[in-house]
Design a protein around this ligand. Structure first.
Ligand SMILES: N[C@@H](CCC(=O)N[C@@H](CS)C(=O)NCC(=O)O)C(=O)O
Length: 212
């Protein structure tokens, strides 16, 4: 069975949403991203992945896959009939990769990561200023579309949902982008999305959610 190393409400939530949407069974291991321990057995998370970051997906053959963009596409390709990614050869596959890269690099690493990792000593001013410009890209795109890619839910939506959920704790009011607010409400109406979020919100109460 697949195994997913995750931390509650971290970017690995997107992988849980994808697994739930695809109805693919997996074993979930909570990896504490601050202490680098696997909560199940206290083992060293760096032994699972030297990156020390979630998500890590352990494949059926024991190989370990990291990086949300790769993990999400792997999950989507396990169940092509679920339509969580356009098939290779379809030009929309590159649109999917375009969004996964943008969310991972420009939203996650450029803004969410520094916001949660560093105390705000003034150094967050630039990422904070830039996030408005960055988020206007999906906001404009979603003004007249239901989903990020094509006309159905894909793993790019799973990734963006996670990023948008973190805006409030990061001190950004999503209401300034009505299309993103409406999109998030729409996405959270999906049973698989609701279930994945509820599971992780419950687990979040059991762990420290910021670095010491
Ligand atoms: N590029 C990676 C980033 C993964 C990542 O930064 N995960 C965060 C949680 S959202 C983490 O585990 N951080 C711990 C650390 O960087 O030490 C991806 O897209 O999957």
């Amino acid at each position: 069975m697949l195994q997913l190393y995750f931390f509650p409400m971290a970017c690995s939530l997107a992988s849980r949403i994808a697994l739930t949407e695809a109805d693919v069974e997996a074993q979930y291991h909570l990896a504490h991203i601050w202490t680098k321990t696997v909560v199940d057995d206290g083992s060293d998370f760096l032994g699972v992945s030297p990156k020390g970051a979630v998500p890590v997906l352990v494949l059926e053959n024991g190989e370990r896959l990291t990086e949300s963009a790769a993990v999400l596409q792997y999950i989507a390709d396990l169940k092509p009939e679920a339509g969580l990614a356009p098939r290779f050869g379809d030009p929309d596959r590159y649109r999917l990769q375009e969004w996964l890269s943008f969310i991972g690099a420009e939203i996650h690493k450029a803004f969410l990561f520094p916001t949660f990792w560093y105390k705000d000593d003034g150094s967050l001013a630039k990422p904070r200023a830039r996030i408005t410009q960055t988020l206007s890209v999906p906001a404009t795109h979603l003004a007249d579309r239901e989903f990020l890619v094509g006309n159905r839910f894909t793993v790019a939506d799973a990734h963006l949902i996670w990023a948008l959920l973190l805006l409030r704790p990061a001190g950004v009011d999503i209401a300034q982008w009505p299309s993103l607010s409406a999109y998030l409400v729409r996405m959270q109406a999906r049973p698989a999305v609701r279930e994945a979020i509820a599971t992780e919100m419950a687990l979040r109460k059991t762990v420290a959610t910021s670095p010491a």
